[in-house]
Design a protein around this ligand. Structure first.
Ligand code: SUG
Length: 460
C-alpha cells in the first residue's frame, strides 16, 4: 500500500463538478462525438440533467470525498450572436438567429461548460517549480460552441482561486488550431499519494509541426502536442516527470474524441484500453520508469479487445469513470470505480466489471450512477468533473461558497426545481422568455454561491 512519507504535505483531491445549466439541449454540435451526433434534435430535460449531476456530487460528498460545484456559464451568449452579425433588441437577435441559423443559436445557448474536465488543465503545487497550483483554462477551439467557454472559465477560476500566493490562473492558449487544447480530458496525473510530486501525462491527438505523427482522417484530433507542451512550460513542470503520449488515431475514428473516453488514472493506477495509444509498449515502459523513480510502481490495469471492444467502451463510457479512494480505502489502498448506468446495460462491459471486482485487483467496489441526460451528449461521470488537488492551506484559501455541503445541496435542488424547464428542444431556443428565465436563475445562483460578480459582465 502506498502511503504518505514523513515530510510530505498531505493533500486532498477535490472533484469540482459542473452544474448543468438551464439551457441543456441536444444540438449535434460535436462532430466526432457519436452520442452528440446521434441525439441531435431530441428533446432534453434540463431539470433532470441538473438533478442527476447534483445527486452524483452529493453522493460523493456523503461518502467522505471533497466535492465542489462549478457554476454554469451565462447563456445565451448575446455577445457571440452580435459578433456574428445579429443585431437589434435581444428578442430580435434571438428571432433572427433562429430563422437564419438554428445551429448558431444552439452554440450561443450551449450548456457545454457542464463538462468541467474540459475547463482547464490543473497542476498541483507538488508538481510545479514555484510551488503554486497552476491552472490553464482550455481554449476548446475545435468547436464553436465550446470555444466561447474559456472567457468565463478564466473569470470563474480567478474568482475561486484568487490568492496569488497559492494559485496561478493563466490565460488560455492562443485560440488557433496549432494550439488546440481540451484541458484535463487529455491530462492525467499519477502519484504515490496526492501530496507527493506526480507524473503528469499529456495525451495529444496530433502534432502541428511533426508531419510524421499519424492523424485521424475522418474525425478531428482535438488536442495538439504543442498545446500540451506549452501548458507544461507555463505550469513549470519538471521534464523528468512529464510524459507526452500520442493517442491512437484509429480510436479517434471510433468516437474517442478525448483521451478520457479510453483511459483514466488515479494515484498509481492507470486503467486503459490496449488500443488507447499509438505505441502502447513505449508509453507504458516510460511511465513505469518514471513511476519507479517516484517510488510508486505503476499498476497498469489494461483492458484488451477480447474483454471489451473500443466500440463497447465508447458506447458504455467504461473508461469515463471515476477512480475513487474512499475513506474506507485508507487501510487497504483499494479504490472504487464510479461508472454510468450504461456500463451495466452492456452485457460484455457488465461481465468485465463483475470479473474486475471479483479479482484481487486495485478496485473493490462498483458505484453506478444515472447521468443519462449528460451521457446523451457524450458526457460521462469523468467529463463532469475537474480534479483539483489541494493542500489543507490551499483548500482554506479558495472560495468556500462552492464546497458541497448538505445545505448547499438542498439549496441548489430548490433552485433547480424553481427555475429549470423539464423539456427543451432546439425550437424552444427561439422563445425570448427562456433567455430572461435563465438570466434570473443565474443572478440568484451567484448569490447562493456567494460570487456576486460572477455574471456581472455577461449580459452587457
Ligand atoms: O465536447 N459534448 C461535449 C462532451 C464533452 C465530454 N467531455 C469529456 N470527454 N471530458 C463535447 O463533445 C455536445 C453538445 C451538443 O451536441 O449539443 C457536446 O458539446
Amino acid at each position: 500500500m502506498l502511503s504518505i512519507r514523513p515530510g510530505q504535505p498531505a493533500a486532498i483531491e477535490f472533484n469540482f463538478d459542473g452544474l448543468v445549466g438551464p439551457s441543456h439541449h441536444y444540438a449535434g454540435l460535436s462532430y466526432g462525438n457519436l452520442a452528440s451526433s446521434q441525439n441531435i434534435g431530441s428533446v432534453a430535460n434540463p431539470k433532470q440533467a441538473a438533478l442527476q449531476g447534483l445527486d452524483k456530487m452529493r453522493m460523493l460528498a456523503t461518502r467522505g470525498l471533497k466535492q465542489a460545484v462549478l457554476p454554469p456559464q451565462a447563456r445565451p451568449n448575446f455577445r457571440l450572436l452580435r459578433q456574428l452579425g445579429f443585431s437589434g433588441s435581444d428578442a430580435h437577435v434571438l428571432a433572427c438567429a433562429h430563422r437564419s441559423s438554428p445551429a448558431l443559436l444552439s452554440c450561443a445557448y450551449s450548456a457545454s461548460s457542464m463538462w468541467t474536465a474540459n475547463m482547464a488543465t490543473v497542476s498541483p503545487s507538488a508538481d510545479t517549480m514555484d510551488g503554486r497550483v497552476h491552472f490553464t483554462p482550455a481554449n476548446l477551439n475545435n468547436k464553436l460552441h465550446r470555444a466561447q467557454e474559456h472567457v468565463q472559465a478564466t473569470q470563474t477560476l480567478r474568482a475561486l482561486f484568487r490568492d496569488e500566493r497559492y494559485f496561478a490562473v493563466h490565460d488560455a492558449l492562443p485560440s488557433t488550431p496549432a494550439l488546440s487544447d481540451e484541458g484535463a480530458a487529455n491530462h492525467t496525473r499519477l502519484c504515490a499519494n496526492h501530496g507527493a510530486a506526480g507524473v503528469e501525462i499529456f495525451v495529444y491527438g496530433r502534432s502541428e509541426f511533426n508531419a510524421q505523427a499519424k492523424t485521424p482522417t475522418q474525425f478531428p484530433a482535438r488536442q495538439t502536442l504543442e498545446a500540451s507542451q506549452a501548458i507544461a512550460r507555463l505550469h513549470g513542470l519538471h521534464e523528468k516527470r512529464t510524459l507526452y503520449i500520442q493517442q491512437n488515431p484509429a480510436v479517434i475514428e471510433l468516437g474517442v474524441f478525448h483521451n478520457d473516453v479510453i483511459a483514466v488514472g488515479h494515484q498509481n493506477v492507470l486503467f486503459y484500453h490496449e488500443d488507447a495509444f499509438v505505441d502502447e509498449s513505449t508509453a507504458i515502459t516510460n511511465l513505469q520508469r518514471m513511476m519507479n523513480q517516484m517510488g510508486a510502481p505503476l499498476h497498469a490495469l489494461r483492458v484488451n479487445n477480447t474483454q471489451v471492444s473500443v466500440r463497447d467502451a465508447v458506447g458504455s463510457y467504461l473508461f469515463n469513470s471515476q477512480l475513487l479512494s474512499l475513506p474506507k480505502h485508507k487501510e487497504n489502498g483499494k479504490m472504487a470505480l464510479l461508472v454510468p448506468h450504461e456500463c451495466q446495460e452492456n452485457p460484455r462491459v457488465a461481465a468485465y466489471l463483475a470479473g474486475l471486482i471479483a479479482s484481487d485487483g486495485p478496485i473493490d467496489e462498483l458505484i453506478s450512477v444515472d447521468l443519462r441526460q449528460s451521457m446523451r451528449n457524450g458526457g460521462g461521470p469523468a467529463c463532469l468533473r475537474l480534479r483539483i488537488v489541494l493542500s489543507d492551506e490551499e483548500a482554506a484559501a479558495m472560495h468556500q461558497g462552492v464546497v458541497m455541503t448538505e445545505t448547499l445541496y438542498a439549496t441548489l435542488i430548490a433552485w433547480v426545481e424553481k427555475h429549470y424547464r423539464d423539456r427543451l428542444s432546439q425550437e424552444d431556443l427561439a422563445d425570448p422568455l427562456l433567455a430572461i428565465e435563465i438570466q434570473t436563475a443565474l443572478e440568484e445562483l451567484a448569490k447562493i454561491l456567494d460570487l456576486p460578480g460572477l455574471y456581472e459582465h455577461a449580459y452587457v
